[in-house]
Ligand binder design. Structure first.
Ligand code: NAD
Length: 366
């Protein structure tokens, strides 16, 4: 069966790591048709927009996409392509597994967490009003009157929408994901003691939906600041975490740190019938074209894609090959060596080829 997948190479190191994932997926022996589309800097040059409609339509049609990281230009009129993609395709759930691998130096062993991040609203939706604009001043006047709170007249304003609809949707998704992946506990993260209406709604929704899962899953919630401290002290106390968008963004990097860094942290953005797979890391522009960075996070995002389409044997085989190469620590990139200047470090392509070679010999049980 031929599977059509939208392939977005991205910016910076994006093309190198996205091609690495594509090479590994092709090497499984499954038949993929890669529908190459632009987003980011390449799209701005060709279409004068970082996210052309034809790229969005391709993902809608194929319902499956893999994407390298895209640079968000600072100080231009363009907003984040990543935020726009998630919002326009309604990819409401971001799933980021954080698992330690033998051979990857990390502060802890046997960490196995899943981050489930809401992807469409919260401060991260980017609804902002610039300092000094007439419209912003108008809003400040209204907010001062309504809230009796002092707000400086030169303040910039960000809006934090948290809806019952989106909270229910992501929390239910997290509980169902936990059940189907044989997990034991879901922890909802919030700051409901301060943001009583927004985070309060998220917390109450988690508690209410959690009751439906009593006896099948443990449901708990934590304040985000306390959760950060507990994660870096006792990550094994956590299992599945469900978070609003901004906390999800920040705790994703924190948890990537727990398992040895961004080079090994994969991810998926999932909506109704559409899924887009990408690493947690960004486009690391200073490493562009150097054949230097670690392809593991993107390749593991490919493993997630394989599981998503039901190709569990191929997924386990690729995962086992990645684990073998990491464990051996020979054909790995600079960031996985004991010293970053280790002259035996290999490039992105060479590590990818080592993983492809191992796929032929690893044994898996599905
Ligand atoms: P980044 O993740 O690109 O890089 C931070 C540092 O992490 C790098 O300098 C590098 O040392 C390390 N790193 C990242 N990926 C690595 C890899 N595969 N192998 C080895 N080391 C790796 O974060 P940033 O510098 O904050 O962001 C750069 C750009 O990427 C920004 O424009 C940002 O908006 C964008 N970004 C895009 C996405 C996405 O497309 N999903 C996600 C995050 C950031």
């Amino acid at each position: 069966m031929l599977r059509r997948v939208t392939f977005i190479a991205g910016d910076g190191i994006g093309p190198e790591v996205a091609w690495a994932a594509r090479r590994c997926l092709d090497a499984t022996g499954l038949a993929f048709h890669w529908d190459e589309r632009l987003a980011g800097e390449g799209a701005i040059k060709k279409f004068n927009t970082p996210l052309p409609e034809e790229t969005l339509q391709s993902v809608r049609d194929n319902r499956l996409a893999i994407k390298g990281p895209v640079t968000t230009p600072i100080g231009t009129g363009f907003r984040s392509v990543n935020v726009a993609l998630r919002k326009q395709l309604n990819l409401f759930a971001c799933v980021r597994p954080c698992r330690t691998y033998a051979g990857v130096r990390s502060p802890f062993q046997n960490v196995d967490l899943i981050i489930v991040r809401e992807n469409t609203e919260d401060l991260y939706a980017g609804i902002e009003f610039a300092s000094g604009d007439a419209g912003t001043k108008e809003l400040i006047t209204i907010f001062r009157e309504r809230t009796k709170q002092p707000i400086e007249s030169d303040a910039a304003i960000s809006i934090k929408p948290i809806s019952k609809t989106a909270s229910e949707r992501i929390i239910r998704f997290a509980f169902e994901y936990a059940l189907s992946h044989h997990r034991k506990k879901v922890t909802a993260i919030h700051k409901a003691n301060i943001m009583k209406f927004t985070d309060g709604l998220f917390m109450e929704t988690a508690r209410r939906i959690g009751k439906e899962y009593e006896g099948r899953l443990i449901c708990e919630d934590r304040l985000v600041d306390a959760a950060c401290m507990q994660l870096v002290l006792r990550p094994h106390d956590f299992d599945v975490l469900v978070l609003p968008n901004l906390y999800g963004d920040i705790l994703s990097d924190l948890c990537a740190g727990l398992i040895g860094g961004l080079g090994v942290a994969p991810g998926a953005n999932i909506g109704d019938g559409v899924a887009l797979f990408e690493a947690v890391h960004g486009s690391a522009p200073k490493y562009t074209g150097l054949n230097k960075v670690n392809p593991t996070a993107m390749i593991l995002s490919g493993v997630m894609l394989l599981h998503h389409i039901g190709e569990h044997e191929a997924a386990e085989r690729l995962d086992a090959a990645v684990q073998a190469v990491l464990r051996e620590g020979k054909d790995v990139t600079y960031d996985l060596k004991p010293e970053r200047t280790d002259p035996t470090a290999v490039g992105t392509k060479e590590m990818t080829e080592a993983i492809v070679a191992r796929m032929k010999t690893v044994k898996v049980r599905v």
